[in-house]
Design a protein around this ligand. Structure first.
Ligand SMILES: Cc1cc2nc3c(=O)[nH]c(=O)nc-3n(C[C@H](O)[C@H](O)[C@H](O)COP(=O)(O)O)c2cc1C
Length: 174
């Protein structure tokens, strides 16, 4: 059995490891009971192409958790490198409806908000969830995909926002 000190060290070591796991930044959006919700998220991944599906990991203390736990469809808006302000706004700088004050937000036929200038919008119906510790994994069955512009995602690495860039040798051997 580990002591608390061991658990604290394990947590700190895990966080240090995760600083090295570069991730694209998305904003997860949904609408429920006439209210819109948005949250910045990096715990987003593809799940399968058969059927087209993805997963998101949401802390149960976040405001978007309640509508998602009630089954609201959601959109994963993959942010572009120049959308850092939106990432900050949706990570706590602003709350509630004010999170939609920046950016060109549209509404899908099912009522889900999506960001027009994002790198991509993946509009999903829920197809299962799994509670684990502080978080819940929600599985999204992809219903519609919009892709825009050249590939230039906003990245989060080592606790900071960054851009992605190809290694120069990739160009030589492309
Ligand atoms: C780059 C970045 C990625 C994040 N990824 C997630 C995530 O995947 N899941 C999550 O629950 N919170 C994530 N967060 C934290 C939430 O965005 C933040 O707690 C937000 O304020 C929660 O919304 P609320 O204030 O409406 O509760 C992330 C924050 C940042 C800055």
């Amino acid at each position: 059995m580990n002591t608390n000190q061991d658990q604290d060290k394990l947590r700190d070591d895990m966080l240090q490891a995760m600083r090295r796991l570069a991730k694209s930044v998305s904003v997860i959006t949904c609408s429920h009971g006439g209210q819109r919700y948005a949250m910045s998220a990096s715990a987003v991944d593809s799940l399968s192409t058969a059927p087209p599906s993805l997963l998101i990991c949401v802390n149960q203390s976040c405001s978007i958790y309640t509508p998602l736990s009630r089954g609201a469809p959601f959109c994963v808006n993959i942010l572009a490198a120049d959308q850092c302000d939106i990432a900050r706004i949706c990570a706590g700088k602003l709350k509630g409806e004010a999170r939609f004050s920046e950016g060109n937000w549209h509404t899908h036929a099912d009522g889900t908000p999506y960001l027009a200038e994002a790198q991509a919008n993946l509009i999903c119906e829920q197809d299962g969830h799994y509670d684990y510790g502080t978080h819940t994994i929600f599985i999204g069955r992809i219903k519609r995909v919009l892709v825009g512009g050249p590939v230039s995602p906003l990245v989060y690495v080592d606790g900071a926002y960054a851009t992605s860039a190809a290694l120069t040798q990739n160009l030589a051997y492309a």
